[in-house]
Design a protein. Structure first.
Lengths: 291, 171
């Protein structure tokens, strides 16, 4: 349970970090809350760790009307308590509250968990659900990569060659919309057996125009499922969320593992979808009244 | 040119005392505290961030010391369970209100998980306004990341309430 030997650098600029990352077997260390366990269990054995914690300019949360940009060194804890970010995109605080435990949120970074691309991660699914993107700095310059092109497989992204994910962008919640996020875990803060994030949008007459969901620990990469057809046009108070939950069950492809069977996960998808959609719809309705 | 090292000498203030250690860069903070600095009060349980036994306070925030490298605390301030009590200036020590509450409420049995609980709760209570009564939900959230396998959580949670009340009076 000790990491295999490696070399360590903590460069003071992004350019220097990219220089060291160009060496064979180099890996970025940010919060380390997923990486360190992998090292200790020797599931990963990088030759060099490039600690980016001293790189300036990566610790900001920028909030505009368009959305929230989260820098690579922003800890989950900071995002959870960022009121301006929560106003523009409420899913950020709702989901980060479900990320592990307070002591882990104090170190772990939101962007790091996205770059880690664990299908059990909350923020990967939130990036997908909000139709977000990441900014990747590489030797050839900086690129913006949409979530669909970024997540390739479990713990696998489309990043090739030396690069640092410098930020993630989460678009703002549209008008007349509400969100909800819920998880089932054996112990609160543990990896979820199943989690669900949803967005419900209404029209001016408070009829449902869109209901979308993204799940945690279901499938190998984050996906967004459109459940609108089950509830389209229904007045918000009368929408059949159970039907949307039933539809969701037919769309997901969960796997069986030591924690839960695929069938149980599918059941949870139905339950959590129905529950979170109702909650998000109530919020959408309240927002529609205010707006 | 960026330095790439396999060993580093770090300076870290532990419980108010500046300490220096030369460590392999792969050394976990938990092991550096125990092996290099001789502070064995920090316990190592699961060593992959699940149990919380190794929780210490780094620059004011509770963290899992098995999920940090020792080289990452170079220049930082670390508080461990050895630093919770303070001197009474008569050759003895006065326990921290959280330690006192654990004794009072029988919140420890075998004691293995206790240092992690104490540091988590001390940081949690020191970081809140204790004139506001702590809710059951807040207590759950505070201690939910720490595993105890023998005492049970009832008395630990009782101790959090007890300590919060004591710290309100102290403030």
């Amino acid at each position: 349970m000790k990491p295999a030997p490696f070399s360590y650098a903590d460069p003071g600029s992004l350019d220097e970090a990219l220089e060291v990352l160009a060496e064979e077997g180099a890996k970025v260390l940010a919060g380390g809350q997923s990486l360190l366990p992998l090292l200790s269990m020797r599931l990963a054995a990088p030759a060099t760790l490039v600690d980016i914690n001293r790189v300036p300019g990566l610790d900001a949360v920028d909030v505009t009307d368009d959305g929230v940009t989260v820098g690579a060194l922003v800890r989950h804890h900071a995002l959870l308590h960022h009121d301006a970010a929560a106003r523009v995109q409420p899913l950020l605080a709702r989901a980060t509250a479900n990320v592990a435990h307070p002591a882990i949120r104090n170190r772990g970074t939101t962007v790091g968990s996205i770059a880690h691309a664990d299908p059990s991660g909350e923020m990967t699914s939130v990036l997908a659900l909000t139709d977000g993107s990441v900014t990747v700095a590489g030797a050839a310059g900086t690129d913006t990569v949409g979530w669909r092109d970024f997540f390739v497989g479990p713990l696998e992204t489309s990043i090739a060659g030396p690069a640092v994910v410098t930020s993630a962008f989460f678009p703002a919640l549209p008008p007349r919309s509400g969100t909800a996020f819920a998880e089932i875990a054996r112990r609160k803060g543990d990896y979820a057996v199943c989690g669900a994030g949803v967005v419900v949008t209404l029209d001016d007459d408070r009829r449902v125009t869109s209901a979308r969901a993204s799940y945690v620990s279901v499938g190998i990469v984050p996906e967004v499922h459109d459940l609108t057809e089950a509830v389209a046009g229904a007045p918000v108070e009368k929408a059949d969320w159970a039907a949307a939950g039933a539809l969701a069950r037919t769309l997901v492809e969960p796997d069986t593992d030591i924690h839960a069977s695929a069938d149980y996960r599918r059941l949870l998808v139905g339950v959590l979808t129905e529950r979170t959609l109702a909650e998000a719809a109530a919020e959408a309705s309240a927002r529609a009244t205010r707006e | 040119m960026t330095r790439v090292d396999t060993e580093r000498t770090i300076t870290v203030t532990v419980n108010g005392v500046p300490r220096e250690a030369t460590v392999p860069v792969r050394r976990l903070l938990s092991d550096a505290l125990r092996h290099d600095l001789g502070l064995t009060g920090t316990h190592v349980g699961c060593e992959h961030g699940v149990c919380g036994a190794c929780t210490v306070i780094v620059d004011g925030a509770p963290v899992r010391s098995c999920l940090m490298l020792a080289v990452q605390v170079d220049g930082s301030e670390v508080r461990t369970v050895e630093g919770l009590a303070h001197d009474d200036h008569q050759g003895g020590q006065v326990m921290h209100p959280v330690q006192e509450a654990f004794r009072e409420c029988h919140a420890l049995q075998c004691g293995f998980c206790t240092p992690g609980f104490l540091m988590t709760i001390a940081a949690g209570l020191e970081g809140r306004d204790n004139s506001v009564e702590i809710s059951e939900e807040e207590v759950d959230e505070m201690v939910g990341g720490n595993l105890c396998r023998c005492t049970g959580y009832a008395n630990i949670k009782k101790a959090v309430h007890h300590a919060a009340a004591a710290m309100k009076d102290d403030a």
